[in-house]
Design a protein around this ligand. Structure first.
Ligand SMILES: Cc1cc2nc3c(=O)[nH]c(=O)nc-3n(C[C@H](O)[C@H](O)[C@H](O)COP(=O)(O)OP(=O)(O)OC[C@H]3O[C@@H](n4cnc5c(N)ncnc54)[C@H](O)[C@@H]3O)c2cc1C
Length: 390
């Protein structure tokens, strides 16, 4: 029987989404051997319409990766207006209050995918697209993957496997459990033109059906509208004029009339997180480690910090890649940030997607109190920008 040949690497990264690609780019000067396996084809053929709002802290990381300068359309968020539909209370967070050029930035998911894909061509990484990992196995000495590429089953081994696949293969790692809680909500995303141009303000409006965010993008807006699964199907099938009228009655008059919309897409929402985030010769980062509700725009930011901290740990102790000591140091470093981001986001969803009258009143009081107490506002803004190190 013919045996499959196997290459050995320092690191194999499974999943070339934005977080797997970020880790690969962060290791470009390390001299380590890295294999990155991505199931999808090249980015232009896979336009992902999701807007990504990321923080000032993530911008600093993207600059160090040499990715920031190449993004084609980046819209700064100068202020965030948070309000509570059907109740009193609102707050305004501004960049000038915390002395940063912008609270965050909005880009499109497929733009970052395209830029990172190009950057990876000369990073010294073995980067394969249309490479679907089918099997993982880990022991104390190494991790092994089997994958389909160019119609062939191949295999490779490494000192450390990094799961950056959004969590699809966690079931194959014995020591790690994935916890899943369906929010029974969908996010509808679309590009929206309004009679008033955007002026750098992002709107987050909490309603009992779920939050609706209108992010500044280009001259217009990018919508993330959370609704129940049955309403999502109905909204996705509406004609444009009826959709815009319905959105207007839900969102209100803050940015005038809605005049035009792009293609609509829907994403089912669930909280998923893994415990522990590392096992024998394997570690999880990005959505594989924690998939959050998009309400606070924290998922990509947390994942980027996972990739950045892991690259730091690897570069610091290259002879120790994948050892229990290295992995436990990484886990300890990420615990507070990732747990805090999850609890913060999950609490926002639960407190603000609730019809309880008492809670509605408390939401209003909370938002008004936040608005009157600048140190608390600065704390929330910094938490959103830099995570637990804010
Ligand atoms: C509607 C919506 C809006 C959002 N808005 C924001 C926001 O404003 N701000 C923010 O910070 N976050 C936001 N997020 C979250 C953000 O999109 C994610 O956190 C981010 O995409 C995670 O990237 P990732 O690389 O970890 O995972 P993914 O993007 O899921 O990438 C995983 C990659 O792994 C590949 N893969 C999977 N299985 C295999 C396999 N077996 N073999 C090889 N490759 C495989 C996939 O093809 C994919 O490319 C939003 C999410 C949604 C749904």
């Amino acid at each position: 029987m013919e045996t499959m040949s196997s290459d050995h690497y320092d690191l194999i990264i499974i999943g070339g989404g934005p977080i797997g690609m970020s880790l690969s780019i962060a290791l470009r000067h390390s001299g380590l051997s890295v294999l990155l396996l991505e199931a999808r084809k090249e980015p232009e053929k896979n336009k992902d319409p999701r807007p990504l709002a990321f923080s000032h802290g993530s911008r600093l990381i993207l600059q160090r990766l040499g990715v920031w300068e190449a993004l084609s359309e980046v819209t700064p968020i100068k202020a965030i207006h948070i309000s509570n539909r059907g109740g009193f209370g609102r707050t305004l967070l501004t960049a000038s209050e915390i002395d940063v050029p912008a609270l965050g930035y909005v880009i499109l998911h497929h733009d970052i995918f395209r830029v990172m894909h190009e950057k990876l061509q000369d990073c010294g990484v073995d980067y394969l697209t249309e490479a679907q990992v089918t099997q993982l196995e880990c022991n104390v000495a190494e991790g092994q993957v089997k994958f389909q590429h160019n119609g062939k089953l191949k295999q490779a081994t490494a000192n450390l496997l990094v799961l950056a696949d959004g969590g699809r293969l966690i079931g194959q790692v014995e020591e790690i459990t994935q916890h899943v809680q369906d929010y029974e909500q969908w996010a509808i995303v679309s590009r929206i033109e309004a009679s008033e141009s955007q002026c750098g303000m992002a709107y987050e409006r909490f309603t009992s059906d779920g939050p609706v965010a209108m992010l500044p993008f280009g001259k217009n807006f990018s919508l993330v509208w959370t609704v129940s699964p049955s309403v999502a199907q109905e909204i996705l099938s509406l004609d444009d004029a009826t959709f815009l009228a319905r959105l207007h009655s839900h969102f209100g008059d803050r940015i005038g009339k809605f005049t035009c919309t792009g293609k609509r897409s829907g994403f089912p929402l669930a909280l998923k997180y893994a415990t522990p985030v590392a096992g024998r010769r394997v570690v999880l980062i990005g959505n594989a480690a924690q998939t959050l509700h998009p309400v606070a725009g924290q998922g990509f930011n947390l994942g980027l910090r996972d990739a950045w901290e892991l690259s730091g740990e690897i570069i610091e102790t290259p002879s120790d890649i994948g050892s229990p000591v290295m992995l436990s140091k990484y886990r300890a470093k990420r615990k507070t940030d990732s747990g805090g981001g999850r609890i913060f986001t999950d609490s926002l969803v639960k407190i603000f997607s609730n019809e309880n009258i008492l809670l509605q009143g408390m939401r209003g009081i909370g938002l008004s109190a936040l608005d009157c107490f600048p140190p608390a506002k600065r704390f929330v803004a910094k938490r959103m920008m830099f995570g637990s190190r804010g």
